[in-house]
Design a protein around this ligand. Structure first.
Ligand SMILES: Cc1cc2nc3c(=O)[nH]c(=O)nc-3n(C[C@H](O)[C@H](O)[C@H](O)COP(=O)(O)OP(=O)(O)OC[C@H]3O[C@@H](n4cnc5c(N)ncnc54)[C@H](O)[C@@H]3O)c2cc1C
Length: 537
């Protein structure tokens, strides 16, 4: 008899861990296998965006992210320089979290929290959920779908022991080179390869002071040959930095790369550093043709690979995990209908396409930035004037990748088969700004309530029917319909006029992931039909 597992997650990167967290949050049993021991040597992800911070708030781990070792008073400024010790062209001020004030759109803000801290926070949360089992140094070797399960072979890399299990669902969070995607023959579509950047990690205590540079987090280097690199502080406490040369010739290797030369060019002089790691990777813009094949689902980099410009990669995967997680939970707990899981691809793939396209556009803006840089490093009137003009153009153009609130929280599940459209016009879809809307498919907007909570704090494990004002229609009939289907539903009456103005209807039904499923001023004629639609029956 094969051991049975409700959900087998392959890959313990941030997306696999987030899926385990979401399933654990719902009390659903799952097992995650990760081939490595989970140690992060050279982190990729550094920016946890607003939507991911909202998920962390929902899981009650936002404080842990806010308490990460990245110093709270350290500015997140983006700075355009000729080199770290050279001229400053422009600075986009972004306060550190100690000085951030939440905007009207969200109770949370983007945080600098490298993967070296973020992954262990997710892992700690998932591990603490009684229904979750995390198994490191374990690899999925092969799998094959059967009629009512996925048969999977797992090898324990420490002992060499092999085990076959029967998973009701298998979710591949196994990264860009996904074995699961390959085995299923799912193609990747899109622009493909955009380049071969180099990563150079090093430790350099007092680097900014030595360069006479005001603090900042992300420095973009523009010299006589144009915009060619960025330099990011990963861990200011331990003075860990990452230099990224935007492109190499495609033949270079970590061994042949002139790391000292690149460092000298980026810093503007020779300095001694402790090298921590050098690698060359491939910048891609691709999305998988399918996010599902029967009982197998794919999420994160396994289905979308983005240029890091815009910091959308992991953050897109986090929202995949939350979308798929609550749906798997609903099906395994019995109230999810037979069409619920298919809505995962319908909702998330368009977001994947949109984010991949925008990230590529941000990158191409780097490549296309052409200004005639001849005198950019000169201490002359010409040089100063060029730096001023160039700085303004950089903030306007390349700077767009740091103004992405619309991409972070403004994505909407248009045409979702499990949302009921209300015929209202869609607000503008702007990558930079988010127009809050409670249209079905959108993320239910945030507003602070009289007791200090955010409306977002109401959306956790079950559905919530919001009633606005004492005069809103009675919800008893809706509750009865939900109960008859086993759909967990809580009715919450809000009296705050700001909330009513934002949500625009007297009744708004919100899903566990905080997206609006239905809204109206009156009870629907057939509440059971609405309940069936939103639970994918
Ligand atoms: C330079 C750079 C900067 C970035 N900055 C950001 C940023 O600021 N913000 C952001 O949101 N994103 C950023 N990203 C993107 C982000 O790092 C990725 O999108 C994210 O790591 C993807 O997570 P994942 O869990 O899907 O995949 P991965 O992190 O690749 O994890 C996949 C895991 O699966 C495991 N695995 C694979 N096959 C098997 C198997 N058969 N059995 C068991 N385990 C297996 C692997 O060991 C691995 O741990 C950046 C990327 C780069 C390159």
């Amino acid at each position: 008899m094969l051991r049975k597992i409700p959900v087998l997650i392959v890959g313990g990167g941030p997306v696999g861990l987030a899926l385990a967290a979401e399933l654990g949050f719902h009390g659903v049993a799952c097992e995650l296998v990760e081939q490595s021991d989970g140690a992060i040597v050279t982190p990729k992800m550094n920016e946890v965006n607003v939507r991911t911070m909202e998920f962390c708030r929902r899981w009650d781990i936002a404080d842990k992210v806010l308490d990460c070792p990245f110093p709270p008073d350290y500015p997140l400024d983006v700075v355009f320089v000729t080199s770290l010790a050279g001229h400053e062209l422009a600075r986009m001020r972004r306060p550190g979290r100690g000085r951030q004030t939440p905007g009207p759109e969200s109770p949370m803000q983007l945080q600098a929290c490298s993967q070296i801290w973020f992954d262990p926070i997710l892992r700690g949360f998932a591990e603490a959920c009684p229904s979750v089992r995390l198994r490191h140094r374990c690899r999925l070797e092969r799998f094959e779908p059967t009629d009512d399960a996925v048969s999977a072979e797992i090898v324990d890399l420490a002992s060499g022991a092999r085990e076959r299990v029967a998973a009701q669902y298998l979710v591949a969070c196994d990264g860009a080179n996904s074995m699961v995607r390959g085995t299923l023959g799912i193609d990747l579509a899109g622009e493909g390869v955009l380049g071969h950047p180099a990563h150079l990690f090093f430790r350099a205590p007092g680097l900014l002071e030595r360069c006479g540079r005001e603090a900042g987090t992300f420095f973009l280097a523009i010299d006589r040959d144009g915009l060619w690199a960025n330099i990011r502080v990963v861990d200011p406490v331990n003075a860990v930095w990452r230099l990224m040369a935007l492109d190499t010739d495609g033949h270079e290797t970590a061994e042949t790369l002139d790391r000292e030369g690149l460092l000298r060019r980026a810093i503007g002089r020779s300095i001694d550093v402790e090298w921590l790691g050098v690698s060359i990777w491939t910048r891609r813009a691709v999305v998988a043709e399918r996010y599902q094949a029967g009982r197998v689902f794919l999420a994160g980099d396994a289905v979308h690979q983005l240029s890091p410009t815009g910091a959308l990669g992991m953050n897109t995967g986090m929202a995949d995990a939350v979308d798929l997680g609550w749906k798997l939970a609903a099906v395994l707990q019995g109230f999810g209908g037979e069409r619920l899981l298919a809505s995962y691809q319908a909702e998330r793939r368009p977001v994947g396409l949109r984010n991949v396209a925008m990230a590529a556009e941000f990158y191409l803006q780097h490549e296309e930035f052409e200004y005639g840089f001849g005198s950019i490093e000169d201490d002359t009137e010409d040089g100063r004037a060029l730096r001023r003009r160039c700085g303004e153009a950089l903030v306007r153009g390349v700077g767009r990748m740091f103004r992405t609130l619309g991409l972070q929280i403004g994505y909407r599940y248009e045409d979702s088969p499990i949302c009921v459209p209300d015929g209202s016009p869609a607000p503008p879809d702007d990558p930079e700004t988010c127009v809050p809307t409670a249209r079905p498919g959108a993320r239910a907007p945030h507003v602070f309530l009289a007791d200090g909570r955010s409306t977002l704090d109401l959306f956790r494990r079950g559905f919530v029917l919001l009633r606005f004002g004492a005069g809103a229609p009675d919800a008893a009939v809706f509750l009865r319909a939900a109960k008859s289907r086993g759909l967990p539903l809580e009715v919450v009456t809000l009296h705050e006029p700001e909330a009513a103005a934002l949500y625009q209807r007297k009744l708004v039904l919100v899903r566990p992931d905080g997206h609006v499923a239905w809204r109206g001023d009156d009870m629907p004629d057939d509440p059971a039909a609405v309940v069936d639609r939103v639970r994918g029956a």
